[in-house]
Design a protein around this ligand. Structure first.
Ligand SMILES: NC(=O)c1ccc[n+]([C@@H]2O[C@H](COP(=O)([O-])OP(=O)(O)OC[C@H]3O[C@@H](n4cnc5c(N)ncnc54)[C@H](OP(=O)(O)O)[C@@H]3O)[C@@H](O)[C@H]2O)c1
Length: 344
């Protein structure tokens, strides 16, 4: 599509201020590429992330003062224009995670950077594509970049990596949520010795279908109680945590001394139970890197039918407030997706 055919204005959702989680919908000018790596994308669907409307208040120094407050950092759409040599061309179906410091994709047109994008695997529709980038990237980086599973078992079918992974018991909290449902699949695919999924009772069947080998129903049994029943058999080498509070405290009990505790919610040391003397090889909090190259690796697994996105629900653009309410209920079964174009 040539830029001359673009409308002058578009619909957009906006957070009303940096201090407020209230959202409104309005019209705004179509954005113009200003960075050398900007790709102009016509958005078909976006997916918000739990807690995203609080990030500016929580981490004010990370966000530029002039950030346009458009939510929905996950984008699935069609390229309108792309820098020469970027690997993308008008008409390409692309998806990706837009860095949280820039405007998101809850609007008709948006500006991901080329480095954040990958081509959408042909088997995914717009909804499934929007459900993928942030959650899949976070799960991947938690297990394979910061965690102790070796991705070569998945990407290269490397036998030595698979053998190493087969010695690693992995525990994943919020296993039925957006990130958790990918983490369960990746850990199973990597050949982990065990994949322990912590989730509520309504998600037990779903997480087992994704590859969980053991399930802890946190509404019935705390993680501490579950470990205490058989510490030697149940402690885990790698724990991926995304709930915080009591759940994080339980993870400190579940991870074995010398193991790894990787959190995407609260820095692990902040949730270490008082008096617990346990040294870990690794304990850290990280923020996902929105890498298109990483997403391209995940796309290959999707296209091969080895992993898939989990969609909780799909919402019309006009129902964006209901979509965020569902998200903030904290009990989503996979991703909540908002349709932006009529094609989604
Ligand atoms: N650091 C980063 O880069 C990064 C990236 C992505 C996400 N995050 C954060 O990670 C968290 C998870 O994100 P998400 O997108 O996966 O959220 P989500 O899809 O909203 O996750 C909801 C899930 O949490 C489960 N849950 C709630 N309380 C639980 C508990 N006590 N124990 C176990 N599971 C529990 C729910 O299961 P039930 O319905 O069964 O209760 C539901 O499946 C959010 O806080 C998000 O902001 C951080």
């Amino acid at each position: 599509m040539a830029s001359t055919t673009l409308p002058s204005t578009m619909k957009t959702i906006l957070q009303v201020s940096r201090q407020s989680t209230e959202l409104t919908s309005t019209t705004a000018p179509v954005p113009t590429p200003s960075h050398p790596d900007d790709v102009l994308v016509r958005v078909h669907a976006t997916a918000p992330c739990a807690g995203e409307l609080n990030w500016i208040v929580m981490f004010p120094d990370l966000f530029p003062a002039d950030k346009e407050l458009v939510p929905g950092q996950d984008v699935a759409g069609t390229v309108v224009s792309a820098p020469a040599g970027s690997g993308f061309a008008p008409g390409d179906r692309v998806y990706g995670r837009i860095h949280a410091t820039r405007a998101g994709a809850a609007r008709d047109y948006t500006l991901p950077r080329a480095s954040e994008l990958a081509k959408i695997p042909p088997s995914l529709n717009w909804i499934e594509a929007a459900a993928t980038p942030l959650s899949a990237l976070t799960a991947w980086q938690a297990l394979f970049v910061h965690g102790t599973l070796d991705a070569a078992a998945v990407t290269k079918n490397d036998a030595a990596a698979r053998e190493r992974n087969a010695r690693v018991r992995v525990l994943i909290t919020a296993a039925g949520g957006g990130v958790g449902s990918w983490a369960v699949q990746f850990a199973a695919l990597a050949g982990a010795k065990a994949v322990v999924a912590v989730c509520g009772p309504s998600k037990e069947d779903a997480v087992r279908a994704l590859g969980a080998t053991e399930v802890v129903n946190y509404k019935e049994t705390s993680i501490e109680e579950w470990v205490a029943a058989d510490p030697a058999g149940r402690e885990c080498d790698l724990v991926v945590e995304m709930v915080g509070g009591k759940t994080l405290a339980g993870c400190w009990v579940a991870v074995r001394a010398g193991g790894a505790l990787i959190s995407i919610h609260t820095p692990p040391e902040m949730g270490k139970p008082a008096g617990l003397e346990k040294e870990l090889a690794k304990s850290l909090f990280f923020i996902v890197e929105p890498l298109g190259s990483n997403l391209a690796e995940i796309s290959e697994l999707i296209e091969a039918g080895r992993v898939k996105p989990t969609v909780d629900s799909v919402w019309e653009f006009a129902d964006y407030k209901k979509a965020f309410e569902r998200l903030e209920s904290g009990h989503a079964n996979g991703k909540i997706v908002i349709k932006v174009s009529d094609e989604a």
